[in-house]
Design a protein around this ligand. Sequence first.
Ligand SMILES: [Zn+2]
Length: 82
Amino acid sequence: MKTPHASFDSDNPTGYISKKCPECMEYMSLKVDVCPSCKLPVGKINKNGMASRKTDWKAYSTAIAAWIFFFLYIWWAFIREP
Ligand SMILES: [Zn+2]
């Protein structure tokens, strides 16, 4: 049931007008997904008025791939040893 005064949208059930960066504690617009102050990728606002941290899967998988490649290289180098 909707009331005439309920202007909260689904992205912002908390009623905050700005969110706070979890890294540098700077306030920013709810719409931005990168902190303008410290460039931290941020997600939606949580119930405490803080922006949630975004998991950077791309950086994660790149790092994991680099480690796998590194270990494969070590293994390959040892196998090739006379
Ligand atoms: Zn920040």
